[in-house]
Design a protein around this ligand. Structure first.
Ligand SMILES: NC(N)=O
Length: 666
């Protein structure tokens, strides 16, 4: 791949290895504090994989933001901004936010119908048995392998392009530090590292935004950006956009991209254990709030980043500071996701390149940590515990979970190498992913939301969706372009056809087959997943026996104020779980909020702007940029300030315990 290197190779190794191991050291410290001063020990399997189902909504929202922020969220969103103008970031963000909002419905249903599951595949196994379980394990792991390898593909392309670091070294070294810190900390500590990654991400996005729209000598204001985009449209008009303009929502290819994004994002959220794991880790009463907040906060990341760097790449292409000057970017560079790194370098020189490298590394590692622990849970609970050793002890489960994190780190690196060797880039993989997994989206979602779905419906929906997606994709590529190659199969129309066919056939077949031969089902079956045996006094009985609890407490610290607060919250959570009707209100909120927000983001705002063929005036563009800034600030408040505010009491108690050695409750 063509590369232009503003940074020395040592910076590449420094960021990839140095920051990775810095976070591993931070994780050691966090795990020590957690084991010493909280009720939750990282040495127990339940805590390692589910964070004891006790995480508050701000931290869950921050974890959702960080898991859903891929390398592509920064790179591909900037690519579509570079290719389609303002409509690209809009559709990237709107097309991939709605799935997180919709997932709030599933999060609530998990708490109501399977409150003690570790993975969504346990629900499939309990409802539909072994064959369907294996089919959905296939779709789940396919989703994880696509997402994980795509992270490394995009991340390594940029590291190599900016520093000249060997691409294969980058692919293997990026996950190394992440594996170490996930093994050390488990899910809860991963949330805390995710939080710090999100904080850095937000600061750097704001750094780029203020540079491009306020201080930079080459652009420096929304009106200067507007004028530069107008000039760019005269030299390089956008095909399919109204008058070739970069500042219009009337963009045919951006709309097509938005539809692909909607389909593919549905697969990569609904079939990725990482998002179920965040729902499972949530406190039952706040899971819905966490997903709505997480979705709204995430929207600002691709929207703010690409409205800045993607458009800056268009505006600065003819500037001597642009790395490819006097040429434009080649198609290979665009598809590899290099418009954002080139724009950062053109805007801010070496500082911009370093900031871009760091923000990208944060995105890749925080999402990789979510993928590692998600896959480790599937391999541990759905394969090892279900089929290899059903009587496994918690110690054996946690050992397997640790080993599987290493195994998956290796798998993701090997698959990313394969993509590199056969010439698959980020852009191709991004458009094709959804059609491979889309068939299983509705069958998986219905497994927890619709008691009318049958085993035959789930199985036939997923498999026929996959077949339909593959056929529609390949036939359309052949019909339109006369041959099947990496280039023709990565074009907009074939990938659109494949994505739509997979998801719609999956939906229609699962509903039709289930309704054709209904089978009775009661959610009590799934509510029993991992339920404690009767007659044993546990916190879930609603009456915590303090002595028993202290004996079981692996940290032996139950007289600490921090621990007493945690126990009180656990009692409240157990009551909510025992009485699922209490979650009905949350379910209503999830349905109303997610449908209204989806309707606004994907229809009421963009479609009239598309149909009216409106080209932004300078004033409208300025307002657009102001809204972008406001959204990024709100997102920072949700994902950075809210978790701090929620845990202020815990940190106050912790301070007293650590500094004053206090051990009695208030
Ligand atoms: N997570 C995404 N689709 O950027």
């Amino acid at each position: 791949m063509p590369s232009i290197q503003p940074l020395p190779v040592g910076v590449g190794y420094g960021v990839v290895v140095g920051i990775g191991f810095f976070f591993a050291a931070v994780m050691c410290g966090i795990s020590y504090i957690q084991n010493r001063y909280t009720r939750f020990s990282t040495k127990t399997s339940e805590e390692f994989n589910t964070a004891s189902r006790s995480v508050k909504p701000g931290l869950i929202a921050s974890g959702i933001v960080s898991a859903w922020t891929w390398a592509a969220t920064l790179l591909q969103s900037s690519t579509v901004a570079y290719e389609y103008g303002v409509a690209g970031p809009f559709w990237y963000a709107a097309g991939a936010t709605v799935q997180i909002l919709m997932f709030s419905i599933l999060a609530c249903k998990v708490k109501q119908n399977a409150p003690r599951c570790h993975t969504y595949l346990e629900i499939i196994y309990t409802r539909y048995g072994v064959l369907t379980h294996w089919v959905f394990i296939f779709f789940a792991l396919l989703t994880n392998v696509l997402v994980s390898s795509q992270l490394l593909l995009g991340g390594s392309a940029v590291v190599t392009s900016l520093t000249g670091m060997n691409v294969y070294a980058a692919i293997f070294l990026i996950p190394l530090g992440v594996c170490v810190y996930v093994v050390l900390g488990g899910l809860r500590a991963t949330f805390l590292c995710d939080y710090s990654h999100t904080l850095i991400l937000m600061v750097i996005i704001l750094y780029f935004m203020f540079s491009a729209y306020a201080t930079n000598s080459q652009i420096g204001s929304p009106s200067a950006m507007y004028q530069l985009l107008k000039q760019a449209a005269l030299k390089r008009p956008v095909s399919g956009n109204q008058d070739g303009s970069y500042v219009t929502m009337k963009s045919n290819f951006a709309l097509i991209f938005g539809v692909i994004q909607l389909c593919s994002g549905s697969g990569t959220v609904f079939l990725d254990q990482a998002y179920w794991q965040r729902a499972i880790a949530s406190r039952p009463t706040t899971a819905v709030r966490a997903y709505i907040l997480g979705g709204l906060a995430w929207y600002a990341i691709p929207f703010g980043f690409a409205t800045t760097l993607g458009l800056a790449a268009v505006a600065l292409t003819d500037s001597p500071t642009f790395p490819t000057y006097p040429n434009s970017m080649t198609q290979a560079q665009v598809s590899a996701g290099l418009s954002a790194p080139f724009a950062a370098t053109a805007l801010l020189g070496t500082g911009g390149a370093v900031a871009l490298l760091i923000v990208l590394f944060m995105a890749v590692t925080s999402c990789a940590s979510a993928e590692l622990i998600a896959v480790s849970s599937i391999l541990t609970f759905d394969i090892f515990k279900t089929y290899i050793k059903p009587a496994a002890t918690p110690e054996q489960l946690i050992t397997v979970a640790h080993i599987m994190i290493g195994v998956w780190g290796l798998v993701m690196a090997i698959v990313a190498c394969i993509w590199n060797v056969i010439g698959i880039d980020l852009g191709w993989l991004f458009l094709v992913m959804g059609l491979l997994i889309g068939g299983a989206v509705f069958p998986a979602a219905f497994a927890i939301t619709w008691k009318g779905q049958t085993k035959a419906g789930a199985l036939s929906g997923a498999v026929s969706g996959l077949c339909a997606g593959l056929i529609a994709w390949l036939v359309t590529a052949h019909q339109y372009y006369g041959s099947l190659s990496v280039s023709t199969t990565g074009m907009e129309y074939p990938t659109l056809a494949g994505n739509l066919a997979a998801i719609m056939v999956g939906l229609i077949v699962t509903v039709a087959v289930s309704l054709a031969k209904p089978e009775p089902f009661d959610w009590d079956t799934t509510r029993l997943i991992n339920a404690p045996p009767p007659l044993i006094t546990t916190p879930s009985s609603g009456s915590i026996d303090k002595e028993e609890n202290e004996k079981d407490d692996p940290n032996q610290n139950s007289n600490l104020p921090t621990v007493r607060d945690e126990e009180r919250e656990m009692r409240e959570d157990e009551l909510a779980v025992e009485e699922p009707r209490k979650l009905r209100r949350a379910f209503k909120v999830a349905c109303i909020a997610s449908f209204l927000l989806t309707l606004s983001m994907d229809f009421l705002i963009p479609i009239p702007m598309f149909l009216s063929q409106y080209i932004f005036s300078q004033g409208f563009f300025i307002a657009w940029v102001v809204i972008t800034f406001c959204w990024v600030f709100c997102s920072t408040a949700i994902s950075v300030i809210l978790p701090l505010w929620e845990t202020a009491g815990f940190f106050r108690d912790l301070y007293r315990e650590v500094v004053r050695g206090e051990r009695v409750g208030r």
